[in-house]
Ligand binder design. Sequence first.
Ligand code: 2BA
Length: 109
Amino acid sequence: MKLIIAIVQDDDAGELIDVLTDGGFRVTKLATTGGFLKAGNTTLMMGVEIEKVDKVLGIIEEVCKTRDQIVTSPSPVAGSTGVYVPYPVEVEVGGATVFVVDVDKFIKI
Ligand code: 2BA
């Protein structure tokens, strides 16, 4: 058993959960926030048998799209001097950030 933790964009989460559950996979959805953009994203946790990990990764790759997002530059650190002029920065977000973690034990009680 592996634990797949996938951080995806909110816009992709609904379709991804549908495809995964239709494929017989179990999913837990968490509403999360990215540290850099400070915007909402979605983290999915899935307990998956080892031989099915590649199938899940394939589904994630198929559904999750890469998007460019314009963000305002982070504000300067406290205590810095001078005038702060925010400027737009383009970052590429997603498709997905995925961690595949070994699971020592999987118990349902
Ligand atoms: P955020 O932290 O809000 O990051 C959003 C996007 O901003 C990132 O997209 C990346 O393109 C850019 N970015 C992040 N940190 C940056 C930095 N220090 N300098 C320049 N650009 C930066 P993704 O890489 O696709 O990440 C999407 C979300 O996945 C992240 O949202 C975060 O919630 C999560 N994530 C990504 N890598 C992670 C990691 N190593 N550990 C934990 N969470 C991670």
